[in-house]
Ligand binder design. Structure first.
Ligand SMILES: [Fe+2]
Length: 266
């Protein structure tokens, strides 16, 4: 090898290294931008309806416990987290806000309107489809049922996206264990019984079995205690009633050097 060859190789390596470095920086910036976009969207949910903001974070917590117990890869877990956090964004639609905040019983017409929220949510998230292709589909499917009697499409069994099946269990669990304007908070054992009753009807039977297994139940119970402790109590909170959204999750946050941001998640 001549001296010229060595110089050419060195220059080539330097240029290649520079390109790789620029690509790495570009990817880091793109990752930060996508994280910022999702956090802004979540801030918009909090600003419109703090109760929904708290609910979706709790759902994400429970759904990730179930997803981790099932051994899903990181990509699937991130998808589960995003779908959990934005599954009810369609409730913030102008046409539904009054209905969701009206304490009286729903009329049949209002009930039909409420059933549009999964599809409305998917429409809100449509611009993100190039970056998160499964987000809108998962949000649209979170009220589908294993037996095909859910909405909006009546999807059955494994035709329902996996992440939506996971979120569906976590969503129902939280709806039962947290007080809502039209129902009291019920106990952990009542909630697990309701999930068991929905096995093979509302919910994926394999996921129900996993959700009801002792290790998962213990982690869920532990998370419930942390979540409730993280919610500020203004002094007039009744059992299970949310006052503000606890900052409990975000798998998408880039890790700061030398720290483990994921450890902040409950
Ligand atoms: Fe919903």
């Amino acid at each position: 090898m001549t001296m010229n060859d060595i110089v050419a190789l060195s220059v080539g390596a330097a240029i290649g290294g520079g390109v790789a470095y620029r690509e790495h920086r570009f990817l880091c910036r793109a990752e930060r931008l996508s994280a910022a976009t999702l956090e802004s969207l979540l801030n918009a949910i909090d600003a419109n309806d703090a109760t929904t903001g708290a609910h979706v974070r709790r759902v994400a917590t429970y759904a990730l416990i179930l997803g981790e117990a099932a051994g899903y890869d990181e990509r699937t877990l991130r998808s589960i987290e995003r779908i959990s956090l934005f599954h009810d964004i369609g409730k913030l639609h102008e046409a539904l806000t009054d209905i969701f905040h009206d304490p009286s019983t729903l009329t049949p017409e209002e009930r039909r309107a409420v059933m549009t929220h999964p599809q409305r949510g998917a429409e809100v998230l449509a611009p993100l489809v190039a970056f998160y292709p499964d987000l809108g589909k998962g949000v649209a499917a979170h009220h589908e049922r294993w037996d095909g009697t859910g909405y909006p499409r009546g999807l059955k069994g494994k035709r329902i996206p996996l992440a939506a099946r996971v979120v569906s269990i976590a969503d129902s669990f939280d709806a039962i264990t947290h007080r809502r304007r039209y129902s009291r908070a019920r106990s952990l054992s009542e909630a697990t019984q309701a999930i068991a009753d929905g096995r093979g009807k509302q919910f994926d039977p394999e996921l129900v079995d996993l959700f009801l297994s002792q290790p998962v139940r213990s982690r869920i119970e532990e998370a419930m205690c942390r979540v409730n402790a993280a919610e500020p109590d203004t002094g007039n909170r009744r059992h299970g009633e949310t006052q503000a959204a606890p900052d409990i999750t975000f798998r998408w946050r880039p890790r700061a050097r030398g720290s483990r941001s994921r450890d902040r998640r409950t």
